[in-house]
Design a protein around this ligand. Structure first.
Ligand SMILES: NC(=O)c1ccc[n+]([C@@H]2O[C@H](COP(=O)([O-])OP(=O)(O)OC[C@H]3O[C@@H](n4cnc5c(N)ncnc54)[C@H](O)[C@@H]3O)[C@@H](O)[C@H]2O)c1
Ligand SMILES: O=c1ccn([C@@H]2O[C@H](COP(=O)(O)OP(=O)(O)O[C@H]3O[C@H](CO)[C@@H](O)[C@H](O)[C@H]3O)[C@@H](O)[C@H]2O)c(=O)[nH]1
Length: 439
């Protein structure tokens, strides 16, 4: 099949690479020239395990193309995927300017019938809007091609994006057009083979499923963070509570890990957007507002704990931050808890050393660029002369560090763990003062 993917970010690039891996002819389009040029040279603008190899191989095989010329790509395709960003707008709603601009370009460019698939996360009613924009543009041109707009939200997670796309737990397809359903079934067949993993539904329900899923996951995290905060007060251990709860099959073990708040490019903006959608329709989404409020406060959890122990004035103290990315296995720092934690430590007069295996460049050049911090080459360098280690992202290389060496490097054997990675008894026996979340 011949496919155009519009937007070559986390979702577009992974989608394009995975479809091309299955033998399809794929055209990845982006408006950023430098991005397209570096992709042609095999330079991947993001860190995502397994992606570089997939992109290089399929580009070299000639079935994955990169271009800024949307019209040319569409001329060669019978289907196109919209995978551009839908960031949080000023009023909390999803900003649809990029999606709408793409819809306009599709209407201006196509020269034959087209299936248009919305893969970006968009509010209910967006497919109708995209359909309207495309048809208005076609009308201006005096053309009358058949355009079917499908909702096919993406559920991949950063850090495991390629695996998630290759082996999806479900593929949601929202359309009532019989030919398009057939086409989508064939397209996804290699990824869902032998399993009934494609769920067909109407387009509005498909759009809503994405927001409902992300909000449910965010809800679980905020719920556990609240339980952790109560554990702190009553003297219980949230990790034991979590294991006890998760063993009930109705609850399950996933996404029950408390910590210093959820971040990333999806949960924060998608929960806010669903609250806004509800409000616009006259419904007060009280539960979702609480999910958001708990998360916003949780990002201050570690700093509050540090201040409770060391005092509000942290001048003269140095903290070693382990982990900057919003989760392990990515260089993405969008809405990362580290940003708030570091800012608050600096505001309290502290010095901050940081280390992350992959996010140092994005931190230095963008997310922490205005902050006066010390970038370190490895996790131990960050500890040298520091008063405490603060674990923010649970990268594998932080799980079993050399604790004896850590004691030599740290001024005080103090650990604040925002992801509950270590064993309290072990650390206390080895002379550390250890503070985790909800213990
Ligand atoms: N990142 C994730 O893990 C993830 C997972 C599932 C769904 N989503 C959703 O997918 C969408 C894309 O997210 P992302 O993280 O890949 O975004 P991103 O910011 O990484 O990538 C978007 C890309 O679209 C390009 N673009 C913008 N306008 C364009 C245009 N007119 N033509 C061609 N390219 C254009 C940008 O230059 C950018 O490279 C969002 O709606 C997001 O909510 C993201
Ligand atoms: O038990 C948990 C699980 C996650 N997190 C945090 O939640 C955030 C998001 O993590 P994760 O969901 O693994 O990463 P994302 O890449 O943001 O993926 C989410 O957002 C994507 C974009 O919409 C969806 O496609 C995915 O299905 C959805 O999991 C991170 O800050 C994690 O630290 C926790 O605090 N506790």
């Amino acid at each position: 099949m011949n496919i155009t993917i519009i937007g070559s970010g986390y979702v577009g690039l992974v989608t394009g690479a995975c479809f091309s891996e299955m033998g399809n002819e794929v055209y990845c389009v982006d408006v950023i020239d430098e991005k397209i040029e570096s992709l042609k040279q095999g330079i991947i603008p993001i860190y995502e395990p397994g992606l570089e190899e997939l992109v290089k191989t399929n580009y070299q095989n000639g079935n994955l193309h990169f271009t800024t010329n949307l019209k040319e790509a569409l001329d060669n395709s019978e289907i196109c995927f919209i995978a551009v960003g839908t960031p949080m707008g000023e009023d909390g709603s999803a900003d649809l300017q990029y999606v709408e601009a793409v819809a306009c370009e599709i209407g201006e460019s196509i020269t034959h019938d087209m299936i248009v698939v919305d893969k970006s996360t968009v509010p209910v009613g967006t497919a109708d809007k995209v359909d309207k924009i495309i048809n208005e543009e076609l009308k201006k041109r005096g053309e009358d091609y058949k355009v079917v707009v499908v909702s096919n939200p993406e559920f991949l997670k950063e850090g495991t994006a390629v695996m998630d796309f290759m082996r999806p737990e479900r593929v949601i397809v929202g359309t009532d057009d019989a030919d398009t359903i057939e086409y989508m079934k064939n397209l996804y067949e290699p990824f869902t083979k032998n399993h009934e993993r494609m769920i067909l539904m109407d387009v509005h329900s498909a759009e809503m499923t994405k927001y409902a899923s992300n909000s449910m996951l965010a809800n679980r995290i905020s719920f556990m963070n609240e339980i952790a905060n109560i554990c702190d007060e009553v003297g219980a251990d949230v990790d034991q509570v979590r294991k006890g709860m998760g063993s009930d099959s109705r609850i399950g073990h996933s996404f029950l890990y408390p910590g210093c708040g959820y971040g990333g490019s999806c949960f924060p903006k998608d929960v806010t957007a669903l609250i806004k959608t509800a409000t616009d329709h006259g419904y007060d989404a009280k539960l979702l507002k609480s999910v958001e409020a708990v998360n916003n406060e949780q990002k201050y959890y570690l700093v509050n704990k540090i201040k409770n122990i060391l005092g509000d004035d942290l001048s003269g103290k140095t903290f070693a931050i382990w982990g900057l990315a919003f989760k392990p296995e990515t260089d993405d720092m969008r809405e990362a808890s580290s940003i708030i934690i570091i800012r608050e430590l600096l505001n309290a007069g502290a010095k901050v050393n940081v280390y992350d295996p992959k996010a140092m460049t994005s931190a230095r050049e963008f997310y922490l660029k205005d902050m006066d911090i010390n970038y370190c080459d490895n996790k131990y360098e960050a500890l040298d002369g520091a008063d405490a280690m603060v674990l923010v992202t649970e990268w594998k290389e932080f799980r079993s560090p050399n604790f004896n060496y850590m004691k030599e490097l740290l001024n005080n054997n103090l650990i604040f763990d925002g992801r509950n990675q270590y064993n309290t008894n072990f650390l206390e026996k080895n002379g550390f003062e250890y503070h985790a979340v909800g213990k």
